[in-house]
Design a protein around this ligand. Structure first.
Ligand code: PSU
Ligand code: MN
Length: 314
């Protein structure tokens, strides 16, 4: 059996039908340096609460699938060294060994669905890495979006990726990629990627209706809502491009591969921008949390979206 534990506020929200927003933990352990990782995680939770929803930060702690973390758990996770980065492939193994690990977008979606949570906010999803034609490095996040019915709010795919190939794979997998409020697909630290988004929506209620209709159509999978970083916080793509190239070249020389690639690149870009990439990353996650809270409120108004899926005999 899965040992799933809910924080007090998540348990209460589940009982009363209060909207809940899932949050991931890899961004805390592998995406941002201490102590700003924990400060950000707290601020993101607070942004969800201000939006009228309850935050459920998800992680595996000592073999427990935690849906909602206490402040002490969050603090400990943010300082822990060598925490596993869990995706679809290794989530069950970590639970079986009673280990501790942070959940990526893919693993957080799995846990959110199990807990009956329909919406999840993060920074940027994983995607097709540059050079994937040789490395085959394509994030499991993309396949998760194709099979697990959770609407994911992100500021696009990280600009360290091959964004055109990421969009192609999402299309192949049948994942709706919805830019919120603009025509262009956003590029994480920048509002613009130069690529048109496959879909554009401006109304949170319609985004939620579209996820509900996927279910009615018996289509598996979620939706990617690409929410552009606020204008005042963005870093121009032209400024970042050479820094990303430099970080990628370093990763290649040092033989960085597999799960280490994304954390390495984020850390190098943080250093190469004198910390400005982190300020932008924090601003975009907060912005995504606010939109996710709105979406969660609309999900909570859908009559048959209350019960957790395991009680619904899917
Ligand atoms: N968003 C951020 N920072 C991050 C991530 C998302 O702002 O570090 C994490 C997510 O957990 C995502 C992971 O699933 O990066 C992608 O890892 P990979 O490229 O190895 O699939
Ligand atoms: Mn990868």
């Amino acid at each position: 059996m899965i040992e799933m534990t809910f924080s007090a506020e998540v348990a209460q929200a589940r009982a009363s039908g209060t909207p809940v927003v899932a949050l991931e933990s890899t961004i805390i352990t592998h995406g941002m340096p201490w102590p700003r990782n924990v400060e950000t995680a707290r601020a993101v939770e607070q942004a969800v609460r201000s939006g009228g929803a309850v935050p459920a930060t998800i992680a595996v702690i000592d073999g427990c699938l935690c849906v909602g973390l206490s402040p002490a758990q969050l603090n400990a996770l943010g300082q822990a060294k060598d925490v596993a980065k869990l995706s679809r492939a290794d989530l069950a193994v970590c639970l079986a060994r009673r280990g501790t690990g942070a959940t990526t977008v893919a693993a957080t979606m799995i846990a959110a669905h199990l807990a009956g949570i329909h919406v999840f906010a993060t920074g940027g999803i994983g995607g097709v890495h540059r050079g994937a034609e040789a490395s085959f490095d394509i994030s499991a996040d993309l396949h998760e979006l194709a099979q697990t019915p959770v609407t994911v709010v992100a500021a696009g795919a990280k600009a360290i990726l091959d964004v055109p190939k990421t969009l192609e794979v999402l299309e192949t997998l049948g994942v709706p990629v919805i830019a919120f409020g603009q025509d262009e697909f956003p590029a994480f630290w920048s509002r613009r990627s130069g690529l048109p988004a496959p879909l554009r929506m401006d109304d949170p209620a319609e985004i939620v209706a579209a996820q509900a209709l996927r279910r009615a159509l018996r289509l598996p999978g979620g939706q990617l809502v690409a929410n552009p970083i606020p204008a005042e916080a963005e870093i121009a793509a032209s400024e970042l491009a050479p820094l990303i190239e430099k970080a990628l070249a370093e990763a290649q020389v040092r033989g960085i591969a597999a799960k280490q690639v994304t954390p390495f690149l984020l850390q190098r870009i943080y250093e190469l921008t004198d910390g400005r990439s982190l300020d932008a990353n924090i601003a975009l996650v907060l912005n995504n949390a606010r939109l996710a809270a709105q979406l969660a409120t609309h999900f909570a108004n859908l009559p048959d979206f209350h019960q957790p899926p395991q009680d619904r005999r899917l």
